[in-house]
Design a protein around this ligand. Structure first.
Ligand code: GLA
Length: 363
């Protein structure tokens, strides 16, 4: 694995990094103007960079097949390739569109954030590249704008119609806290994770197909529900309006019910964490999972089994599918100090009962 000096012939001038994230609760609410509660994880993406005298960008990534490690483009001439370098190009285009002046750079990327596990490896890449460019080119860019640059890259350049949660979590998250974010205003508060609990993250190993198109379909169904309800965003629908939602046709009824009840669960989970009430927070995790499974249809049978297995563990307060879904990881709220034992027990039972390979990602 080449060092920066070995790859580019001289040392890096700047390095920057960004973590992955796990969402505690508030799923598929971000593109509906709602609330989310993500936290950062220990795995990080690290970028080393040196400025060049021309406008070329040469990039090397340790995290892809040896044959596709090198990529190259020219600032001002970016064009989509449908490969990993589009996340980098998307960031340079987003920065230029906002009026920031860039120069060519050499970039080395290395990441421990797992790909495809629902833990925002793409946001970690976008934010770490934007951070490295911010310091190399002295850009007056704050952390919220930096998150918006990452989202633009993802939505407009890569073409994935995601919300703002991942980039905000990765850009603004701090260890030991969860980021309680209002995705409508981008106002946020950091909520300490109480000392009574510990987070466990386990990858189910399941990957459902057509993730991007399924995600886009859910998003379109929410937009149609808004049209039917006569509101701009599902955030504008109150819990007291649930009878109106239940009168909608399928699947709009279930999609909207998930989003509106999930927003409420985020608010209740924030209150439960602040009151150091892990039992209550855990119940909200289970309710969120059931809603993603039954109303939003983004779970999968092995993921449901993994949550079920976790729920019967004596040291577990709650568990749920985390991230966009269609496979991926679960997050468990466990008793403090029990995390690694819980993870080992749950993963072992899952492998024995479901013939699937579980990967413990946190702790
Ligand atoms: C993905 C998207 C986020 C969010 C989640 C679901 O992670 O990138 O914007 O919509 O799915 O909560």
């Amino acid at each position: 694995m080449g060092t920066f000096g070995e790859l580019f012939g001289s040392p890096a001038a700047v390095s920057a990094d960004a973590p992955g994230r796990v969402n505690l609760i508030g799923e598929h609410t971000d593109y509906n103007g709602g609330f989310v509660l993500p936290a950062i994880i220990p795995q990080r993406t690290r970028v080393e960079l040196a400025r060049r005298a021309d406008r070329r960008v040469r990039v090397w990534s340790a995290n892809v097949e040896p044959a596709s490690r090198w990529a190259e483009f020219v600032i001002g001439e970016e064009s989509p390739t449908r490969t990993w370098v589009d996340y980098v190009q998307g960031v340079t285009v987003a920065l230029r569109r906002r009026g920031y002046a860039l120069v060519g750079v050499d970039l080395r990327i290395e990441s421990t954030v797992p790909l495809g596990s629902g833990l925002s490896s793409s946001a970690a890449l976008e934010v770490s590249v934007a951070r490295a460019l911010r310091s190399a080119c002295d850009l007056a860019l704050d952390d919220v704008e930096l998150a918006m640059v990452g989202k633009w890259a993802e939505n407009e350049f890569v073409g994935a119609p995601t919300g703002i949660m991942d980039q905000m979590a990765v850009s603004l998250g701090q260890p030991g806290t969860a980021l309680f974010l209002d995705t409508r205003t981008l106002g946020f508060e950091r909520v300490p994770i109480p000392p009574s609990v510990e987070l466990v993250v386990i990858d189910s190993g399941v990957r459902r197909r057509l993730v991007t198109s399924e995600y886009a379909t859910r998003r379109a169904q929410c937009e149609e529900a808004c049209r039917l309800l006569g509101v701009a965003q599902l955030r504008d629908v109150a819990m007291t309006d649930l009878p109106k939602i239940e009168a909608l046709a399928e699947p709009f009824c279930r999609r909207a019910r998930h989003v509106v009840t999930e927003d409420e669960r985020v608010l209740q989970a924030v209150a439960a964490l602040r009151a150091n009430d892990p039992g209550q927070a855990g119940e909200l995790f289970y309710a969120s999972h059931a809603s993603m499974r039954d109303d939003y249809d983004v779970s999968a049978p092995p993921v449901d089994a993994l949550v079920e297995i976790a729920s019967s563990d004596r040291d577990v307060y709650g568990a749920r599918l985390t991230g966009g879904g269609f496979g991926g990881s679960i997050v468990i709220l466990a008793r403090a100090g029990s995390g690694s034992r819980v993870a080992a027990r749950v993963a072992e039972r899952y492998q024995a009962e479901c013939a699937q390979r579980a990967t413990v990602l946190v702790p």
